[in-house]
Ligand binder design. Structure first.
Ligand code: SF4
Length: 380
């Protein structure tokens, strides 16, 4: 058995079990914390195995008192430990094209952004990099991300996935946007196991305002297809989109639970140069952490990555996120000559393996046993 929760060990049938979670020892741990009556009520419902109501999720997102926030984070951390353990799986992400046909108003590589050098990595270049990542670090899980770039046709993506899965024996997560059901099916048949298609918000008006090219109903349909086709289904939201409310975020978290989403990326909004939202203020780190904690409590046995956006705003927040429910880190492997042109928001941080391992150590978590990494290494 591996020492971490692998994709295959996230059985969907068990993932959202409503059975009560035994909180006995945990509640005793909190006995000196003077829990508010609302928090006590939420914990009681959890211990009974109740499905948390919309109002309860909203409450978790609004706790302000230090004691209540501490209890929120400790509860989420307890759920993380009970459901996915202490080991932090690492995934290597390669952003292989910054061409995009869409004009999402928050995104720094959207099709309307000028003064951006567009690039596409070549298939052999991606394969060579993936091989090096595996050989030098031991990481076998690759996230292939791009804008919605139709140069990468179904046939090209299928061939790329097949080569990575068959020749390199690596697992592939795709994050290449909206495609047809037939294409999603072809990628799945080719061996892609995970798909990340973030919803960003489930509020229809807000969704429309930031996604002029997309329809929420269609995005929801795409996400359902991904589950039907057997992908480990990934989604996510941006905290702090202009106009977003706490109720919106609570509904997003309900959506993740009800649709049985298995990977949930929750990151703060960060403005991107050259976009309609470039002058808006960034999302709140505090609210992002509360949303991560609430998502862990509500959705339980899921992957919650520490988003690069959160690390961009604060390296300390990366560690905080690991302590309040997050359990995955994505390591950036996009080659340096391309990386600077994949600034989906301003000042995007680079999460290298050293930073990830430092965060794991500082948050008292464990690196996975497949990691080969030492002082003599230099990240590919
Ligand atoms: S968010 Fe995705 S689809 Fe939208 S513009 Fe950016 S890369 Fe394209």
């Amino acid at each position: 058995m591996p020492d971490y929760i692998d994709d295959e060990l996230l059985p969907l049938a068990e993932q959202f079990k409503r059975s009560p979670l035994d909180l006995s020892g945990f509640l005793e741990e909190l006995s000196d914390k003077k829990i508010s009556s609302e928090m006590y009520e939420v914990l009681t419902q959890i211990s009974r195995g109740d499905k948390l109501s919309f109002e309860n999720i909203e409450y978790l997102l609004t706790v302000e008192a230090d004691k209540d926030k501490e209890v929120l984070y400790k509860t989420a951390d307890y759920f993380r430990r009970k459901t996915v353990g202490d080991v932090i799986p690492l995934r290597a992400i390669i952003e292989f094209s910054n061409y995009c046909r869409k004009s999402c108003s928050y995104c720094g590589i959207n099709s309307t952004v000028k003064n951006l050098t567009r690039y596409r990595m070549k298939e052999d270049e991606i394969i060579g990099l993936a091989k090096r990542i595996k050989e030098e670090t031991g990481i076998e899980r690759l996230v292939l991300q791009s804008g919605e770039d139709l140069f990468w046709t179904k046939e090209r993506i299928v061939r790329l996935v097949e080569r990575i899965v068959d020749q390199l024996k690596m697992k592939v997560t795709l994050s290449i946007g909206e495609r047809t059901r037939e294409e999603y099916d072809a990628y799945r048949q080719a061996g892609a196991s995970n798909y990340l298609l973030k919803i960003e918000t489930t509020n229809p008006e807000l969704f429309k305002s930031v996604h002029p090219d997309d329809l929420l109903t269609e995005r929801l349909q795409y996400s359902k297809w991904l589950s039907e086709l057997g992908y480990i289904n990934g989604s996510g939201i941006i905290i702090g989109l202009p106009g977003q409310t706490i109720s919106d975020i609570a509904r997003d978290i309900q959506y993740f639970r009800d649709l049985e989403i298995s990977m949930i990326g929750i990151g703060p909004f960060i403005p991107a140069r050259g976009t309609l939202l470039e002058d808006c203020k960034p999302g709140s780190i505090d609210l992002t952490l509360k949303a991560i904690a609430a998502a862990r409590i509500v959705c339980r046995r899921v992957f919650i990555p520490v988003t690069t956006a959160l690390t961009t705003l604060s390296k300390g927040a990366q560690i905080e996120a690991l302590k309040c429910g997050a359990n995955v880190i994505m390591i950036g492997y996009t080659p340096i000559e391309y990386r600077k042109n994949y600034n989906i928001y301003n000042g995007k941080a680079r999460v290298g393996i050293d930073l990830a391992l430092e965060a794991i150590e500082k948050s008292n978590r464990k690196p996975p046993n497949y990691i080969k990494w030492g002082d003599d290494n230099a990240q590919p």
